[in-house]
Design a protein around this ligand. Structure first.
Ligand SMILES: *[C@@H]1O[C@H](CO)[C@@H](O)[C@H](O)[C@H]1NC(C)=O
Length: 457
């Protein structure tokens, strides 16, 4: 009897106390190594690839820089698998890559050795489940090294959220891209696959629902995350609504280009990948010249600027060149493959109009760049360019939308035949909007509005 009580009550209690004091001493050791007061709250970010230098990393560093500035009494910690880099190397790269200066006094890195658990190469089959379970393993390593006061996943590892909650830590997430969502699987045909996806999505929904603060990077992502949270008809009770927090774009250089003196140059900036639909741009030019031959006399030029990474991309470029010849517009089409940044900037300075023909692009950073550079955008009427980017500002248009080649042709005509006052007004508006909406200040205001500080109390 006595032994049973001992086993059932005392042992778990002792285990709890032991673990708890271990967590506390880990925290104390870290705070001491940074000479911070023992009462300092620790906010941890799960970002195993923090040194990758991509758009997702920019969000992480911009958020930390903001928190350091506005809550200097808080310690930010990043769980990373970049064991080859040192803290000062990472900070230097953040500075040179993003021009973001971080304060080393209130930033600490916890290096994880088991990042291989989340690499896709580790799971040739069942990658979704494999990586998700792997992230559970990795976050357990993280918790064994440090249990923070609050936790935010910024890389899309939703399955880490319930695990961290088990340690009594409030959690949040910034979602760039949903792992899976009902609209994404609506086209899956085979029954076993459907069952797999639905089972996975149920777990994903349950995991995401553990977040007290949820941010998403665009309207597109919000729609998908909303659909996941509502799956499978759980209802809305008790769940947090995701808030759109647009990443900031660094377009200071573009925003300095002069708005006047533009040439009859139409540009496109996109990798030569099939979904970018460059062929539509060439067809639009063909239709434009058929309908309004005066543009040919005025020396119109379509410049396709883009990355060409491999033989498949090169083959696509050849097909595009052949199309231009076939439609007899090759004289007016110019390809700029793998142009260095200064060349791209030079085109942005000369161009009047910029095209984006991709269907359902999630965001469209190239369209933001057109606008910041004062290039009038004509973007596909779908996805981010329709919902987030080329939208009215102060009640007036900031560019055009089109779907078919014919529509693109008539919008190019419209943009090239504006009166000079209208022309300048659109360029100014597009620039003002793009710079403001995707600025650091907007990002910070939205981040604050997410209620992240609830997590640290
Ligand atoms: C959101 O993240 C996804 C995935 O990284 C990316 O494709 C998309 O462009 C991002 N959206 C914004 C607004 O940056």
């Amino acid at each position: 009897m006595f032994a049973a009580i001992l086993l059932l009550v005392l042992l778990p209690l002792l285990a709890y106390l032991y673990v708890h004091s271990r967590f506390a001493s880990q925290r104390a050791a870290i705070l001491q190594s940074l000479s911070l007061p023992p009462s300092t709250k620790i906010l941890a970010f799960f970002h195993p690839y923090c040194n990758a230098g991509g758009g997702g990393e920019r969000v992480l560093w911009a958020a930390i820089a903001y928190i350091q500035r506005t809550r200097p009494g808080l310690l930010s910690v990043v769980y990373t698998g970049d064991v080859d880099a040192t803290k000062s190397e990472i900070l230097k790269k953040v500075e040179s890559r993003f021009s973001i200066t971080l304060a080393p006094e209130t930033l600490h890195f916890v290096f994880l050795k088991r990042r291989v658990l989340i690499e896709d190469a580790t799971y040739p089959h069942f990658t979704l489940i494999g990586q998700s379970m792997g992230s559970v393993g990795l976050v357990l390593e993280a918790m064994s090294l440090l249990v923070p006061h609050a936790y935010i996943d910024t890389m899309g590892y939703a399955f880490t959220l319930p695990v961290v909650r088990l340690f009594g830590v409030p959690v949040g997430a910034y979602v760039h891209y949903p792992t899976v969502s009902p609209p994404m699987i609506s086209r899956v045909q085979s029954t076993p696959k459907l069952i797999y996806y639905h089972a996975f999505m149920l777990l994903y929904a349950l995991a995401l629902r553990r977040a007290r603060v949820l941010m998403v990077n665009s309207t597109w992502t919000k729609k998908h995350v909303d659909a996941v949270l509502a799956y499978p008809g759980f209802g809305r009770w008790g769940i947090v609504r995701p808030l759109v927090v647009y990443p900031s774009c660094d377009n200071r250089e573009m925003a300095r280009l002069p708005l006047e003196g533009r040439e009859r140059v139409v540009i496109s900036i996109a990798q030569f990948r099939p979904e970018k639909d460059h062929a539509k741009q060439i067809r639009a030019l063909h239709e434009l010249l058929a309908e309004h031959p005066e543009h040919a006399e005025q020396g119109i030029k379509l410049v396709l600027i883009g990355g060409c990474r491999n033989a498949a991309d090169e083959a696509r470029v050849e097909v595009l060149r052949a199309l231009a010849r076939e439609l007899s517009v090759d004289k007016y089409v110019q390809f700029e493959l793998n142009a260095p940044y200064p060349d791209m900037l030079a085109w942005l300075r000369r161009a009047s109009v910029g095209l984006n023909t991709m269907l359902d692009e999630h965001f469209g950073i190239n369209v933001v760049e057109f606008m910041a550079a004062g290039v009038i955008p004509i973007a596909h009427a779908s996805g981010g360019p329709l919902e987030d980017i080329v939208v009215p500002f102060q009640g007036e248009i900031t560019g055009y939308h089109a779907i078919t080649a014919t529509e693109f042709a008539s919008q190019i005509h419209a943009a090239l035949t504006l009166s000079s006052e209208e022309d300048l007004a659109i360029r100014q508006r597009a620039r003002a909007w793009a710079v403001q909406r995707f600025s650091e200040a907007e990002f910070e205001a939205a981040w604050e509005g997410s209620g992240w500080s609830k997590l640290v109390g």
